[in-house]
Design a protein around this ligand. Structure first.
Ligand SMILES: Cc1ncc(C[n+]2csc(CCOP(=O)(O)OP(=O)(O)O)c2C)c(N)n1
Ligand SMILES: [Mg+2]
Length: 590
């Protein structure tokens, strides 16, 4: 039997499970694992500048391609605690990442040893398994179980904590005969699917709410096929955006309190039946449940049994992987083609709402209004673009105005929304798929959170365009403070003694980005945005580093939002003519 250190066995298993990349930051307690990675030579390591960054890189890496599992590695103590936000973000959005931490030697764990913290206990609620492995011979089983759990059922992260001496201990292990454990995914039965389709057929104004589970299952094509076979309009959630292309005739818009379209909300409210697939009725999608559910029948399909009925009781629940359910949905719907109800009038109503209920994007104001930035991004970036963003007015407006045409092309920290996520997640996406253009979008505060990670992009030649919309404000919080009649602790503006040219907006992002080895441009006029984005593409091709395009916005813009689907407040003029929203996918009827 081959003998090797437990760390060597762990790395061999990573390889057998398909891992080719890791994101991390070494330290004394994880050095044996790094030594094993070095001996193996098959795992490309991206050195983060902040361990939280490594965890978000791992998440971006997972989310860019079906089957990927991002791995993040750190030393003991503060490295583990830094990655807790990454585990939270990944678990909240059902994304598998494997976090590996070093730990103090077993015999010193209870002696308040240097950087010995009970990271498994801290990570417990955020992971599908969090384990400090105390017996070297348990290491292979721990890793095998980790991959099984990450891939089975509702996907999510795992943490494995390896004491220093456990990593170094020799064990018997045969990598050649190692086999990944089978993956468990519940699948709907034909009777369940037939019943759901009966309910859909009985409805007059049905819609499908398409959640992130469809993206995780790589089932966007099946969703689109089901929509076409039954002529049912689709309302993607924020996590499901891209499952059906924005330019599909059955794409009805997103619904919600913030990241939503006016026509999406109107269509949801006009519907009488909702088939939710791989979604979780998130509060910012539903708003108040009385408004959301009144007069509607619901079917809920989810891979996790305890998600059925968690937020409200659906009329019918099906426990299934979204892909497995959609395969059967498509099969049975095909068989029923002859008896399909005529939905033409309802589909046309949804389409008409899409062509009339638009928000204005075309403003020529200086300082620039944010809506204009997204209009220019729609012109500059085609359907091949992958967008990455986290939270803020910037992200909310992006969801209202940008276009997404493919699954995994809107990569967003939906539930947790940790500031600082955007830059490292975008870098992880670049590692996973260097051939697809990546465009990150941040507000100024999000950008400043993990700004140091730009150096990782410069060092490892991970080129992407980072659109930075700068209002020198914690904009989303400023807007929500209106309810408290205050503007308190949310200003980011100051007179920068080194950069009078930023005109009181505080941080000179161009200088910082350049200092970190990236290229950067700043624009202040709406007519400069398009040319700057084109210039950014050239700089990216020439220098192969991240390129930041900073757009100086007006300080105060309120973005459409509300507390119920039927009370979303519009703060700006709505579109009345085609020229008001010139990049809308469905041209405005005027
Ligand atoms: C770590 C963390 N702390 C606090 C928040 C709350 N929060 C959400 S958005 C936001 C302000 C974002 O400002 P900016 O990135 O400039 O975007 P803007 O809203 O101005 O477009 C804050 C503080 C958060 N999401 N994450
Ligand atoms: Mg801001």
């Amino acid at each position: 039997m081959p003998r090797m250190t437990a760390a060597d066995a762990a790395v061999a298993i990573l390889r057998r499970e398909g891992v080719t990349n890791a994101f991390g930051l070494p330290g004394a307690a994880i050095n044996p694992f790094y030594a094993a990675m070095r001996r193996d030579g098959g795992i490309r390591h991206t050195l983060a500048r902040h361990v939280e960054g490594a965890s978000h890189m791992a998440e971006g890496y997972t989310r860019a391609r079906a089957g990927n599992i991002g791995v993040c590695v750190g030393t003991s103590g503060p490295a583990g605690t830094d990655m807790i936000t990454g585990l939270y973000s990944a678990s909240a959005d059902s994304i598998p990442i494997l976090c590996i931490t070093g730990q103090a030697p077993v015999a010193r764990l209870h002696k308040e040893d240097f950087q010995a913290v009970d990271i498994a206990a801290i990570a417990g609620p955020l992971t599908k398994m969090a384990m400090t492995v105390l017996e070297p011979a348990q290491v292979p089983g721990a890793f095998q179980q980790a991959f099984h759990l990450m891939r089975s059922g509702r996907p999510g992260p795992v943490l494995i904590d390896l004491p220093f001496d456990v990593q170094l201990a020799e064990i018997d292990f045969d990598p050649e005969t190692y086999q990944p454990l089978p993956v468990y995914k519940p699948a709907a039965t034909r009777a369940q699917i037939a019943k759901a389709l009966d309910m859909l057929a009985a409805a007059e104004r049905p819609i499908i709410v398409a959640g992130g589970g469809i993206i995780n299952a790589d089932a966007g094509d099946l969703l689109t096929e089901l929509a076409e076979l039954t002529d049912t309009p689709v309302v993607p959630t924020l996590m499901g955006w891209g499952a059906i292309p924005d330019d599909h005739r059955l794409m009805a818009g997103m619904a919600g309190l913030q990241t939503a379209h006016r026509y999406g909300n109107a269509t949801l409210l006009a519907s009488d039946f909702v088939l939710g697939i791989g979604n979780r009725w998130a509060n910012r999608h539903t708003g108040g449940l009385a408004t959301y559910t009144a007069g509607r029948t619901f079917v809920h399909v989810d891979i996790e049994p305890t998600q059925i009925g968690r937020v409200f009781a659906p009329d019918y629940g099906i426990v299934s992987d979204a892909g497995a359910a959609l395969r059967l949905f498509v099969e049975v719907a095909r068989e029923r083609q002859g008896s399909r109800p005529d939905r033409a009038a309802w589909v046309e109503q949804c389409r008409h709402r899409r062509a009339t209920m638009q928000r204005r994007t075309h403003f020529d104001n200086v300082p620039i209004k944010p809506q204009r930035v997204y209009e220019e991004m729609n012109r500059a970036f085609g359907p091949e673009t992958r967008y990455v963003s986290t939270i803020g007015l910037s992200q909310i407006a992006a969801a209202q105005f940008l276009h997404v045409y493919r699954p995994r092309h809107w990569i967003n920290a939906g539930q947790a929304g940790p500031l600082g996520w955007t830059t490292p997640a975008a870098l992880g996406v670049c590692v996973a798929d260097p051939d697809t253009p990546v465009v990150a979008l941040s507000g100024d505060y999000d950008f400043q959170f993990m700004i140091e990670e730009l150096a990782v992009g410069a060092q490892f030649n991970l080129p992407y365009i980072h659109v930075l919309v700068n209002n020198a404000y914690l904009g989303l919080i400023r807007q929500s403070q209106r309810g408290f009649d205050m503007d308190y602790c949310v200003q980011l503006s100051f007179d920068n003694v080194n950069a009078p040219e930023v005109g009181g907006y505080g941080v000179d992002h161009v200088k910082v980005a350049e200092g970190l080895g990236c290229k950067a441009l700043r624009v202040t006029e709406p007519s400069e945005i398009g040319p700057a984005l084109e210039e950014a593409k050239k700089l990216l091709a020439e220098y192969r580093v991240p390129v930041v395009v900073e757009v100086i916005l007006e300080r105060v813009t309120n973005i459409s939002m509300g507390t119920e689907l039927d009370n979303v407040v519009e703060f700006e003029d709505l579109a009345e003519r085609r020229e008001d929203a010139p990049t809308a996918v469905v041209a405005m009827l005027d």
